[in-house]
Ligand binder design. Structure first.
Ligand SMILES: [Zn+2]
Length: 286
């Protein structure tokens, strides 16, 4: 069995904006990657002026599913599982109340589906979300809660016995935008060009963002463009002339060639300075 990553994301495009270069790198090294996307992203706005047309808005779920498939292929996911829930929309917005909204589904029903996927896919490591204090989208908060519950439930023979043999997830990570990353990029851009698009973002991250976190940095030099290409495939969601592409790849690689992951749970420990998400894993699951 190749080493396996199961990434759980809320919306189409999250897989491309969070940890994509890292997944691409591990796939290039022979790992297997499986993507679970909870919702169709149907409450998202069209953020690319070139795609802001009535026929796109009318078929947004279908179009976003196509974008997801393309992006997942670029990153190297071997399988994409869409859970089919409805995007809950931003906090306190009207889509929160839709009966099919992801945030309104019974927690244990969704958990059971995820447990069943874990017991079939048998991943060594899983990507979920951190506590998302700076982007409190209801669907992202729910993925955080579900991913923590999933680690316990998948391994517990008493939970959902109809959904397969228990399976222990060795490590649960959350891809994060660390304050360090944003601040290093921001300072380097100011020094180099006198301007930076990261100012407002940095203001939203207070000093507590990285404190007490177990953060692993993955060197993704050579894979950043693959991640950005995947993000570009989400044509309704990203403006090719906008924020996400404002900084050239070679500049990013020269000042911060890493993606950061917060360790949320581990069955095999963790050590400061870890440079591989599979550290400690291969020996245990072979
Ligand atoms: Zn999202």
């Amino acid at each position: 069995m190749p080493r396996t990553i199961l990434a759980i994301h809320a919306h189409p495009d999250d897989e491309a904006s969070k940890g994509a270069a890292t997944v691409a790198k591990y796939v290039a090294q022979g790992a297997r990657a499986v993507l679970v996307t909870a919702t169709g992203g149907e409450a998202g706005e069209i953020l690319n002026p070139a795609m802001d047309r009535p026929e796109v808005a009318e078929n947004l779920a279908e179009i976003r599913a196509g974008e997801l498939k393309k992006a997942a292929g670029i990153i190297g996911y071997g399988e994409v599982i869409m859970l089919g829930y409805r995007d809950s929309g931003m906090p306190n917005s009207e889509p929160n109340g839709h009966p099919d909204a992801f945030c309104r589904q019974p927690f244990d029903e969704v958990l059971e589906r995820l447990v069943s996927i874990v017991r079939q896919v048998r991943p060594d490591i899983v990507f979920g979300y951190d506590d998302h204090e700076f982007y409190p989208h209801p669907d992202h908060l729910l993925i955080h809660d579900l991913s923590l519950a999933l680690v316990r439930a998948s391994a517990d023979a008493q939970r959902f016995p109809e959904s397969g043999e228990p399976w222990t997830i060795q490590k649960l990570y959350a891809p994060i935008f660390s304050r360090e990353r944003i601040s290093v990029l921001h300072e380097a851009l100011l020094a180099e060009t006198g301007e930076s698009p990261f100012g407002p973002w940095l203001e939203r991250l207070d000093g507590s963002q990285d404190l007490a976190r177990k953060v692993t940095k993955i060197d993704v030099a050579g894979f950043i463009d693959q991640g950005r290409e995947a993000l570009r495939a989400h044509r309704t969601q990203v403006d090719p002339d906008g924020f996400w592409f404002a900084v050239p790849t070679d500049f990013i690689e020269s000042v911060y060639p890493w993606e950061d992951f917060e360790l949320l749970t581990s069955a095999v420990g963790w050590s400061e300075g870890e440079t591989d998400l599979f550290d400690g894993v291969a020996e245990t699951n072979e």
